[in-house]
Ligand binder design. Structure first.
Ligand code: ASP
Length: 325
């Protein structure tokens, strides 16, 4: 087996063969998920806890379904009602949960690096479901699976990522993954939202959307991440849509068979025209959601295998009180 990771905290530590390993297994789970009986017993007797300190629709539902289809005992912590609201620190919450012997911890947090920190305090596998504007690894993996299934490969493609790159963890994880796999990335948006510093990742930067979209294979649209903005980054939504909103006229600059992606939630009439989002010949937005469940099943399956292996090799890694030794 190629996959060596203990946690899935980001795309950064993954090798191209580890990425391929997740995508290959996810392809198998796509088949399973399309059958009437969608159950497997890969995670039977394991406990999965989902902790979302930030709002989520797709990611949380998808992790929950993924765990249940694999037979895990899945628990969703209601973070709005948790002791974090009473002043408990993230680390104390983590240690409390750790004492309940979870095997998989899925965490979303508004601060970059928080999931990493938590992973150092617990002795189970931790999956980053999005930390601030840092990384969202399962989103990039599901995007990669969607592209690979639609284009037949994921190498040497011209991929445009458009919109609010500066505040987007989806953009960061996608840039890392798609560059590792040998693709050309163009970042398109106003200079306030696409800092020049991103060229260090080997990306081309465009503020003219028509020039940036010319002959691309994939167009990935991103939402304005208002919750992470501390000032005015665009003159108005109307002006933004005029210059950077994806419509039929702008999409015509991309290749004829270019696909349109969006991680959701989508703001129709701001970054994307509703007719394009709904055009089943161009938009793969619903496929992205489908691939999300399969990718999360694959990631949890592989991490659980590594966890069980390391527990066999080192049975004392968790003492009876569930605290780190
Ligand atoms: N759902 C994605 C995320 O959590 C994208 C977004 O919110 O715009 O980062």
């Amino acid at each position: 087996m190629e996959f060596k990771q203990k946690h899935l905290l980001g795309i950064e530590p993954l090798s191209p063969s580890e990425i391929t390993c997740i995508l290959d297994l996810a392809d198998k789970y796509v088949q399973l998920n399309r059958q009437a009986n969608k159950h497997s017993n890969r995670l039977v007797s394991l406990t999965q806890i989902n902790m979302f300190f930030e709002n989520s629709t797709r990611t949380q539902a998808s992790f929950e379904i993924a765990g249940k289809r694999l037979g895990a005992d899945v628990m969703n912590m209601a973070m709005q009602a948790s002791s974090i609201k009473k002043g408990e620190t993230l680390i104390d919450t983590a240690l409390t949960l750790n004492a309940m012997h979870p095997d998989l911890l899925v965490v979303r947090h508004p601060h970059s690096g928080a999931v990493d920190l938590l992973a150092q305090k617990v002795n189970c596998a931790v999956l980053n479901a999005g930390d601030g504007k840092h990384e969202h690894p399962t989103q990039a993996l599901l995007d990669a699976l969607t592209i690979r299934r639609s284009k037949g490969h994921i190498k040497g493609l011209n991929i445009a990522i458009c919109g609010d790159i500066a505040h987007s963890r989806v953009a960061r994880s996608n840039i890392l993954l798609l560059r590792k796999m040998g693709n050309n990335i163009r970042l398109i948006g106003p200079p306030t939202l696409v800092p020049q510093g991103f060229s260090q990742y080997g990306c081309e930067i465009y503020d003219d959307m028509r020039a940036g979209l010319k002959d691309v294979d994939v167009v990935m649209m991103l939402r304005l991440q208002r919750e992470r903005m501390d000032g005015g980054f665009i003159p108005s939504e109307r002006e933004y849509y005029h210059r950077y909103g994806l419509n039929t006229e702008k999409l015509a600059y991309a290749k004829e068979d270019a696909i349109v992606m969006h991680p959701g939630p989508m703001n129709r009439g701001v970054e994307i025209d509703g007719t394009i989002a709904d055009d089943i010949n161009r938009s793969v937005i619903q496929e992205q959601v489908e691939m999300g469940v399969a990718v999360r099943m694959a990631a949890m399956d592989l991490l659980a295998q590594n966890l069980q292996k390391s527990r066999l090799q080192n049975p004392d890694s968790t003492n009876k009180k569930g605290v780190l030794v």
